[in-house]
Design a protein around this ligand. Structure first.
Ligand SMILES: [Zn+2]
Length: 170
């Protein structure tokens, strides 16, 4: 293992099929959330809410870039790329993506994710919580376009909406 470089890119996530022949690759959403929200709580306690959000955003972005390179065809035109992404997010049970507004000329987008893995069904706390998703989307777009995007969640299940809504700009 290479120290300091991060295992994620120097290693893969393992041979799940042969490593878990009986249990397979699925775990309950509650377990996924427990991991994410406990890491988040500890980061907040140790470093404060702002830095915790930054770290989670960056982690999501790293995952999004990796996810895009691993699973998506970046040579597709934008419409086909989004269709492929949408199908994959459903297949992997991450969420149901919908493009609400699209201004390709200025690369401004509004998209929603329904039944989001991170937040759907959470108690309403009047705040948006899908900062990992923000980074994840930014990472996918970075890997697809080579450019950096600002992704901001403006509505969330936790803020009282029924979908997560993301504003995306450059
Ligand atoms: Zn959300």
């Amino acid at each position: 293992m290479t120290r300091g470089k991060g295992r994620f890119f120097s290693d893969n996530l393992g041979e799940i099929a042969s490593g878990r022949p009986n249990l397979g690759q699925y775990v309950p959403v509650s377990i996924y959330r427990m991991m994410q929200y406990t890491i988040r709580d500890v980061l907040s306690l140790e470093y404060g809410e702002d830095l915790a959000r930054k770290i989670i955003y960056k982690a999501g972005k790293l995952a999004g870039e990796k996810f895009c390179r691993e699973y998506l065809d970046t040579s597709l035109d934008f419409t086909s790329f989004v269709t492929e992404l949408k199908n994959l997010l459903i297949e992997m049970k991450i969420g149901i993506l919908r493009i609400e507004e699209l201004d390709l000329e200025n690369m401004n987008l509004v998209l929603t994710i329904a039944e989001d893995l991170d937040c759907s069904g959470l108690p309403v706390t009047e705040e948006t919580v899908c900062v990992y998703d923000e980074g994840f989307i930014a990472g996918i777009l970075k890997a697809y376009t080579g450019q950096d995007f600002i992704v901001k969640e403006v509505d969330c299940w936790a803020s009282g909406d029924t979908v997560c809504r993301f504003h995306i700009s450059q």
